[in-house]
Ligand binder design. Structure first.
Ligand SMILES: [Fe+2]
Ligand SMILES: [Fe+2]
Length: 180
C-alpha cells in the first residue's frame, strides 16, 4: 500500500539515506569510543573484552561504509567531531575507572539498541537485507550492553548521572547525524 505524501514528508529515499548516514556515524563513534577506552585500559584486565567489542564495531562500521559507497550517500559532515568526541568519551570514562568505562558502554549501547529497534520497525520488505543487517548488529550491541552490566557498570561512581548524560548525548548525536 502506498501512503499519501504530504508536502514536507520525507521520501523513502530520504529516509533510507538518513538511516544509513546516522548508522554509519554511530558505528564510527562507537569504534572511537572503544579506541579511547583501549588507550587507557588496553593493558588492564578488561583489555580483551574491549578489544572484542571494538572488533565488532569495526565490522559494523565497515558494512555501513560499504552501503554509503554503494548507494552514493553523503556521510555526515560531523565525522571529524565524532572522531574526537567519541575517543574523548571513551578515554575520559576509562580514566574514571573500569566501571565508569562499562557504564559508558551500557548507556551508549542502550541508546543504539533503541535506535536500531526503531529502524527495524520502519524498514519495509523491500529493504529486508538492510533490516537483517541492522537486526544482527543490534543483537551484538545488546551483547556489549550485557558485557558492561556484567562488569560492574552499575557500581560506577554517579552511575545514574553518568549514564543519563551519555544517553542524552547519544540522542542528540543521533538526531544531528541523520540530517547534517
Ligand atoms: Fe556497533
Ligand atoms: Fe556496540
Amino acid at each position: 500500500m502506498t501512503e499519501m505524501k504530504m508536502p514536507g514528508d520525507l521520501t523513502e529515499r530520504d529516509d533510507l539515506e538518513r538511516i544509513i548516514r546516522v548508522d554509519h556515524a554511530g558505528e564510527y563513534g562507537a569504534a572511537r569510543i572503544y579506541a579511547g577506552q583501549l588507550a587507557v585500559l588496553g593493558r588492564g584486565s578488561k583489555g580483551d573484552l574491549l578489544r572484542h567489542m571494538k572488533e565488532q564495531e569495526q565490522v559494523h562500521l565497515d558494512s555501513f561504509g560499504k552501503l554509503i559507497a554503494q548507494r552514493r550517500i553523503r556521510p555526515t559532515a560531523l565525522l571529524p567531531i565524532w572522531h574526537v568526541a567519541g575517543f574523548a568519551l571513551g578515554a575520559i570514562t576509562a580514566a574514571m575507572g573500569e566501571k565508569a568505562a562499562m557504564a559508558c558502554t551500557v548507556a551508549v549501547e542502550e541508546a543504539i539498541d533503541q535506535h536500531y529497534q526503531d529502524q527495524v520497525a520502519r524498514l519495509g520488505e523491500d529493504e529486508t537485507p538492510l533490516r537483517d543487517t541492522i537486526e544482527k548488529f543490534r543483537l551484538e550491541e545488546v551483547e556489549h550492553r550485557d558485557i558492561g552490566l556484567e562488569n560492574g557498570a552499575e557500581q560506577a561512581p554517579a552511575y545514574k548521572l553518568l549514564s543519563g548524560a551519555i544517553r542524552l548525548g547519544c540522542k542528540v548525536a543521533i538526531a544531528v547525524s541523520e540530517r547534517v
